[in-house]
Design a protein around this ligand. Structure first.
Ligand SMILES: C[S@@+](CC[C@H](N)C(=O)[O-])C[C@H]1O[C@@H](n2cnc3c(N)ncnc32)[C@H](O)[C@@H]1O
Length: 236
Protein backbone atom coordinates (compact mmCIF):
# COMPACT_ATOMS: atom_id res chain seq x y z
CA UNK A 1 0.00 0.00 0.00
CA UNK A 2 1.27 3.49 -0.63
CA UNK A 3 1.76 5.80 2.28
CA UNK A 4 4.08 8.51 1.00
CA UNK A 5 3.75 10.99 -1.83
CA UNK A 6 6.71 9.45 -3.65
CA UNK A 7 4.49 6.49 -4.48
CA UNK A 8 2.87 8.78 -7.02
CA UNK A 9 4.55 8.22 -10.38
CA UNK A 10 7.23 10.96 -10.56
CA UNK A 11 5.85 12.19 -13.84
CA UNK A 12 2.53 12.66 -12.07
CA UNK A 13 4.16 15.56 -10.23
CA UNK A 14 3.35 17.53 -13.36
CA UNK A 15 -0.31 16.98 -12.50
CA UNK A 16 -0.03 18.96 -9.25
CA UNK A 17 -2.15 22.03 -9.60
CA UNK A 18 -3.46 20.68 -12.91
CA UNK A 19 -5.98 18.26 -11.51
CA UNK A 20 -6.73 16.78 -8.11
CA UNK A 21 -5.49 13.28 -8.78
CA UNK A 22 -1.87 13.55 -7.65
CA UNK A 23 -2.63 13.14 -3.91
CA UNK A 24 -1.37 9.84 -2.48
CA UNK A 25 -3.84 7.93 -0.33
CA UNK A 26 -2.34 5.87 2.48
CA UNK A 27 -3.36 2.39 3.56
CA UNK A 28 -5.86 3.71 6.12
CA UNK A 29 -7.48 5.98 3.54
CA UNK A 30 -7.88 2.98 1.26
CA UNK A 31 -9.30 0.79 4.03
CA UNK A 32 -11.87 3.53 4.70
CA UNK A 33 -12.74 3.56 1.00
CA UNK A 34 -11.63 7.15 0.42
CA UNK A 35 -10.52 6.25 -3.10
CA UNK A 36 -14.16 5.72 -4.04
CA UNK A 37 -14.88 9.36 -3.27
CA UNK A 38 -11.63 10.61 -4.76
CA UNK A 39 -12.39 9.20 -8.20
CA UNK A 40 -15.78 10.90 -8.24
CA UNK A 41 -18.05 8.64 -6.14
CA UNK A 42 -21.19 7.15 -7.76
CA UNK A 43 -19.23 3.91 -7.41
CA UNK A 44 -21.98 1.48 -8.36
CA UNK A 45 -23.77 3.69 -10.89
CA UNK A 46 -20.80 4.75 -13.01
CA UNK A 47 -19.10 1.38 -12.60
CA UNK A 48 -22.12 -0.44 -13.97
CA UNK A 49 -22.77 2.23 -16.60
CA UNK A 50 -19.37 1.79 -18.26
CA UNK A 51 -19.54 -2.00 -18.10
CA UNK A 52 -23.00 -2.18 -19.64
CA UNK A 53 -22.02 0.38 -22.26
CA UNK A 54 -19.07 -1.74 -23.47
CA UNK A 55 -21.22 -4.87 -23.42
CA UNK A 56 -23.65 -3.09 -25.79
CA UNK A 57 -20.67 -2.23 -28.01
CA UNK A 58 -19.91 -5.94 -28.33
CA UNK A 59 -17.39 -6.64 -25.56
CA UNK A 60 -16.96 -10.41 -25.15
CA UNK A 61 -15.02 -12.31 -22.47
CA UNK A 62 -12.18 -13.19 -24.86
CA UNK A 63 -11.50 -9.56 -25.82
CA UNK A 64 -8.53 -7.62 -24.47
CA UNK A 65 -9.46 -4.37 -22.73
CA UNK A 66 -7.31 -1.37 -21.82
CA UNK A 67 -8.70 0.96 -19.12
CA UNK A 68 -6.95 4.34 -19.38
CA UNK A 69 -7.09 6.35 -16.14
CA UNK A 70 -8.53 3.27 -14.48
CA UNK A 71 -8.39 4.88 -11.02
CA UNK A 72 -9.36 2.40 -8.31
CA UNK A 73 -11.32 0.19 -10.74
CA UNK A 74 -14.84 1.54 -10.40
CA UNK A 75 -15.43 0.06 -13.84
CA UNK A 76 -12.48 -2.29 -13.67
CA UNK A 77 -14.01 -4.58 -11.05
CA UNK A 78 -16.91 -5.29 -13.43
CA UNK A 79 -14.60 -5.82 -16.41
CA UNK A 80 -12.23 -8.13 -14.51
CA UNK A 81 -15.18 -10.23 -13.31
CA UNK A 82 -16.52 -10.56 -16.87
CA UNK A 83 -13.40 -10.96 -19.00
CA UNK A 84 -11.33 -14.11 -19.34
CA UNK A 85 -8.35 -14.28 -17.03
CA UNK A 86 -5.56 -11.85 -17.95
CA UNK A 87 -7.58 -9.81 -20.45
CA UNK A 88 -7.82 -6.58 -18.44
CA UNK A 89 -5.05 -3.96 -18.26
CA UNK A 90 -5.40 -0.67 -16.40
CA UNK A 91 -3.12 2.36 -16.27
CA UNK A 92 -3.36 5.36 -13.96
CA UNK A 93 -1.11 8.26 -13.01
CA UNK A 94 -1.68 7.79 -9.29
CA UNK A 95 0.03 4.75 -7.73
CA UNK A 96 -2.13 4.90 -4.61
CA UNK A 97 -5.28 4.61 -6.72
CA UNK A 98 -3.72 1.59 -8.40
CA UNK A 99 -3.14 0.16 -4.90
CA UNK A 100 -6.78 0.87 -4.13
CA UNK A 101 -7.68 -0.98 -7.31
CA UNK A 102 -5.86 -4.06 -6.05
CA UNK A 103 -7.70 -3.66 -2.74
CA UNK A 104 -11.05 -3.54 -4.58
CA UNK A 105 -10.16 -6.65 -6.58
CA UNK A 106 -9.36 -8.51 -3.36
CA UNK A 107 -12.63 -7.33 -1.75
CA UNK A 108 -14.53 -8.69 -4.75
CA UNK A 109 -12.60 -11.98 -4.72
CA UNK A 110 -11.07 -11.13 -8.11
CA UNK A 111 -7.40 -10.86 -7.17
CA UNK A 112 -6.48 -14.09 -8.99
CA UNK A 113 -8.01 -13.01 -12.32
CA UNK A 114 -4.73 -11.75 -13.78
CA UNK A 115 -5.61 -8.04 -13.98
CA UNK A 116 -2.52 -6.00 -14.83
CA UNK A 117 -2.38 -2.51 -13.31
CA UNK A 118 0.39 0.05 -13.73
CA UNK A 119 1.06 3.54 -12.40
CA UNK A 120 2.18 5.84 -15.21
CA UNK A 121 1.25 9.44 -16.01
CA UNK A 122 2.55 9.41 -19.60
CA UNK A 123 0.02 7.01 -21.12
CA UNK A 124 2.85 4.56 -21.79
CA UNK A 125 0.43 1.79 -22.64
CA UNK A 126 3.07 0.03 -24.75
CA UNK A 127 4.59 -1.28 -21.51
CA UNK A 128 1.89 -3.97 -21.34
CA UNK A 129 3.33 -5.54 -24.50
CA UNK A 130 -0.23 -6.25 -25.68
CA UNK A 131 -2.65 -5.06 -28.30
CA UNK A 132 -6.27 -4.38 -27.41
CA UNK A 133 -9.69 -4.88 -28.98
CA UNK A 134 -11.28 -2.27 -26.72
CA UNK A 135 -10.01 0.67 -24.74
CA UNK A 136 -11.97 3.01 -22.49
CA UNK A 137 -11.32 6.24 -20.59
CA UNK A 138 -14.21 7.30 -18.34
CA UNK A 139 -13.98 10.76 -16.74
CA UNK A 140 -10.31 11.06 -17.67
CA UNK A 141 -9.89 13.54 -20.53
CA UNK A 142 -12.37 15.74 -18.67
CA UNK A 143 -9.34 16.41 -16.42
CA UNK A 144 -6.66 16.73 -19.13
CA UNK A 145 -5.20 19.62 -21.10
CA UNK A 146 -5.39 19.22 -24.86
CA UNK A 147 -1.74 18.23 -25.29
CA UNK A 148 -2.22 15.39 -22.80
CA UNK A 149 -5.33 14.23 -24.67
CA UNK A 150 -3.29 14.26 -27.86
CA UNK A 151 -0.54 12.18 -26.22
CA UNK A 152 -3.11 9.76 -24.85
CA UNK A 153 -4.71 9.23 -28.27
CA UNK A 154 -1.36 8.73 -29.95
CA UNK A 155 -0.19 6.16 -27.42
CA UNK A 156 -3.48 4.26 -27.42
CA UNK A 157 -3.54 4.26 -31.25
CA UNK A 158 -0.29 2.26 -31.22
CA UNK A 159 -1.74 -0.54 -29.11
CA UNK A 160 -5.24 -0.76 -30.62
CA UNK A 161 -6.05 -3.55 -33.02
CA UNK A 162 -6.92 -2.25 -36.51
CA UNK A 163 -10.59 -3.02 -35.81
CA UNK A 164 -10.38 -1.90 -32.19
CA UNK A 165 -12.12 1.10 -30.62
CA UNK A 166 -11.20 3.54 -27.86
CA UNK A 167 -14.28 4.89 -26.04
CA UNK A 168 -13.74 8.21 -24.31
CA UNK A 169 -16.12 10.32 -22.24
CA UNK A 170 -15.98 14.11 -22.44
CA UNK A 171 -17.93 17.24 -21.64
CA UNK A 172 -19.25 18.57 -24.92
CA UNK A 173 -18.99 22.21 -25.97
CA UNK A 174 -21.09 23.65 -28.81
CA UNK A 175 -18.12 25.12 -30.73
CA UNK A 176 -14.35 25.03 -30.98
CA UNK A 177 -12.54 27.18 -28.38
CA UNK A 178 -15.73 27.79 -26.42
CA UNK A 179 -14.34 30.16 -23.81
CA UNK A 180 -17.42 30.63 -21.63
CA UNK A 181 -18.11 28.20 -18.80
CA UNK A 182 -20.77 25.56 -19.41
CA UNK A 183 -22.97 23.99 -16.74
CA UNK A 184 -24.00 20.51 -17.84
CA UNK A 185 -27.22 18.66 -17.08
CA UNK A 186 -27.80 16.40 -15.40
CA UNK A 187 -25.29 16.89 -12.58
CA UNK A 188 -24.72 20.65 -12.72
CA UNK A 189 -20.94 20.31 -13.28
CA UNK A 190 -19.45 23.54 -14.64
CA UNK A 191 -16.62 23.09 -17.14
CA UNK A 192 -14.07 25.37 -18.76
CA UNK A 193 -11.93 25.51 -21.89
CA UNK A 194 -8.80 26.28 -19.88
CA UNK A 195 -9.22 24.69 -16.44
CA UNK A 196 -10.13 21.30 -15.01
CA UNK A 197 -12.83 20.09 -15.51
CA UNK A 198 -12.50 20.74 -19.24
CA UNK A 199 -14.91 20.80 -22.15
CA UNK A 200 -14.25 20.46 -25.89
CA UNK A 201 -16.33 20.43 -29.03
CA UNK A 202 -16.57 17.10 -30.83
CA UNK A 203 -14.82 18.79 -33.80
CA UNK A 204 -11.81 19.47 -31.56
CA UNK A 205 -11.64 15.78 -30.68
CA UNK A 206 -11.92 14.91 -34.38
CA UNK A 207 -8.93 17.15 -35.11
CA UNK A 208 -6.83 15.49 -32.39
CA UNK A 209 -7.81 12.07 -33.71
CA UNK A 210 -6.97 12.87 -37.34
CA UNK A 211 -3.46 14.00 -36.35
CA UNK A 212 -2.66 10.51 -35.07
CA UNK A 213 -4.36 8.42 -37.73
CA UNK A 214 -7.72 7.93 -36.06
CA UNK A 215 -11.32 8.73 -36.86
CA UNK A 216 -13.71 9.97 -34.21
CA UNK A 217 -17.41 9.13 -34.02
CA UNK A 218 -19.83 10.91 -31.70
CA UNK A 219 -22.01 8.58 -29.66
CA UNK A 220 -23.25 11.37 -27.40
CA UNK A 221 -25.55 10.77 -24.46
CA UNK A 222 -24.98 7.32 -22.97
CA UNK A 223 -26.78 7.88 -19.67
CA UNK A 224 -23.92 9.45 -17.70
CA UNK A 225 -25.41 10.96 -14.52
CA UNK A 226 -23.22 14.07 -14.83
CA UNK A 227 -23.87 14.84 -18.46
CA UNK A 228 -20.65 13.47 -19.99
CA UNK A 229 -20.88 12.39 -23.62
CA UNK A 230 -19.19 9.45 -25.32
CA UNK A 231 -16.88 9.56 -28.34
CA UNK A 232 -15.40 6.53 -30.11
CA UNK A 233 -11.95 6.59 -31.75
CA UNK A 234 -10.77 3.97 -34.21
CA UNK A 235 -7.68 3.54 -36.38
CA UNK A 236 -7.95 4.83 -39.95
C1 LIG B 1 -12.56 10.71 -12.28
S1 LIG B 1 -11.26 9.51 -12.14
C2 LIG B 1 -11.97 8.21 -13.12
C3 LIG B 1 -11.34 6.87 -12.84
C4 LIG B 1 -11.99 5.69 -13.59
N1 LIG B 1 -11.91 5.84 -15.03
C5 LIG B 1 -13.42 5.49 -13.15
O1 LIG B 1 -14.34 5.56 -13.96
O2 LIG B 1 -13.60 5.32 -11.94
C6 LIG B 1 -9.97 10.17 -13.22
C7 LIG B 1 -8.71 9.32 -13.21
O3 LIG B 1 -7.82 9.78 -14.22
C8 LIG B 1 -6.50 9.60 -13.71
N2 LIG B 1 -5.57 10.44 -14.48
C9 LIG B 1 -5.48 11.78 -14.51
N3 LIG B 1 -4.46 12.16 -15.31
C10 LIG B 1 -3.90 11.00 -15.79
C11 LIG B 1 -2.81 10.72 -16.65
N4 LIG B 1 -2.06 11.67 -17.18
N5 LIG B 1 -2.53 9.41 -16.93
C12 LIG B 1 -3.28 8.42 -16.38
N6 LIG B 1 -4.31 8.63 -15.55
C13 LIG B 1 -4.62 9.91 -15.26
C14 LIG B 1 -6.62 10.02 -12.26
O4 LIG B 1 -5.51 9.59 -11.48
C15 LIG B 1 -7.95 9.35 -11.89
O5 LIG B 1 -7.79 8.06 -11.41
Amino acid sequence: MSDTPDRVDPSAAAMQGVNGYWRALDADDIRRGEHRTMIGAMWDDIGTLQFEFLRRQGLQPFHRLLDVGCGSLRGGVHFVRYLDKGRYCGIDANASLVDAGHHELALAGLDQRGARLVADANFDVGRFGETFDYAIAVSVITHLFTDHIQACLKRVRHVLEQNGTFYVTFFEAPETAHLDPITHAPGEITTSYTQDPFHQSFEELQTLAARVGMRARLIGDFGHPRGQRMAAFSPL
